[in-house]
Design a protein around this ligand. Sequence first.
Ligand code: PLP
Length: 458
Amino acid sequence: MQNDLALFSELCDELLKEEIKRPVATPIPTSELYNQIDLSLQKDGIIDQQLKVVLKELIKHTPKTASTSFFNQLYGGRKNKATLGDLLAVMLNTSMYTYKIAGPQVGIEKQVLKNICALAGYSKASDGTFAPGGSMSNMMALIMARDHKNGSIRVEGLSKPMTVYTSNTSHYSILKNAVLTGIGRNQVRLVDTNSKGEMLIEHLKELITHDVSNGLEPFFVNATAGTTVFGAFDDIKAISEVCKDHKLWLHVDGAYCGGVIFSNTYKHLIAGLEQSDSFSINAHKMLGTPLSCSIIVTQHTDQLHHSFSNEADYLYQTDGDDYNLGKTSLQCGRRNDALKIWTLWKSVGTSGLEKIVDNQFEMADIARDYINKHKDYELYSFDNSISVCFNYKGISASELCTALYQNAELMVSFGTFKDHEFVRMVTINSLLEKGDVIHFFKTLEAFVADYLLKITTT
Ligand SMILES: *Cc1c(COP(=O)(O)O)cnc(C)c1O
């Protein structure tokens, strides 16, 4: 093992150098991928020296998500202590289903869940689990809500249509999960949104009343804390009142921006969260841990057990359910996703996590400020959001983003809202400083000057 750890260290050195030398890796066209790097698997293995060469090639050509030129996704950067925790989790290789196998790692997971519940304003009896990602956290919420409405569905299956409400700017996993859980895609009502992409409460009420009068069974409302394109926050307080009136489960999908629970400055964006039934947050997004680190908590601890526990005497042989976490998880064998957020949290404290979150809003403010001060830009997104959406000189955003990527200048993506298409620059990358944000715009401008020149001269 020691030799491979030394190799690992050498490969990491290579990666760190590459991230600085070539912050955007030159993409390999898919048609040339298998010709450019030897990805083949053969009957006979290769010697370590050759393996090292192939691994170095792989590192060189893999997109650099931890470079300061990465603005493409709802995650980015690298938090060293979180990475350390994840590497340690790989070495320890415990599975989180029982205390017998995971030992104190169970305590780590429980501690993180407990602190997240407290920050969400949930009661002391609340609990949760780690899911394989935000989509799966949302699915667990949907399943708990379904079983909460009708306990016999677990045994008998659905007997009548049950309806789900989520805004038309929410994440696609809500629709996907309706398919996976037997609720059905057609039972998902997409609630209209305002110009900022926030759910319209009046429309929500209308849809519910309409379904009730048609004999359908509404049971679940999803509110989003950070919509995928604009990073908008639904009004949780107002939605929770509608849910109380109709006895509906309120889930808050905070996969993207649920991290605001750590920020005294920005937690007003999720005011009313303590009124929700469940809440999910991806620590691999705002908090900057490696993928995946998705947490779901609920105020209905019993429901978590009722929906997800199964007896298995070949597995649960010692200790109580409280410490055998397999009783409340989606999977059986489950990797230790808690350690990475715990090592980061332990190392920087809750106030350190607050700084990480606040910095993202500050970087977004700097970006919006830049855009507002330069007349060639048009801004589409709003304050209190870490998604900065804009167009430059009226250039097609999809063409611009693709050209920036193919020319290894910047990794940034585009989005659409209503009839507009625009560049969506996300300031979630945990490494960003003011200079990186300004550098982003300068790079884009220089590229466009050159690019337009090429277009007009050819
Ligand atoms: C990212 C995201 C998800 C999905 O999370 P995964 O971990 O990618 O499955 C769900 N909802 C929202 C709002 C998101 O931004």
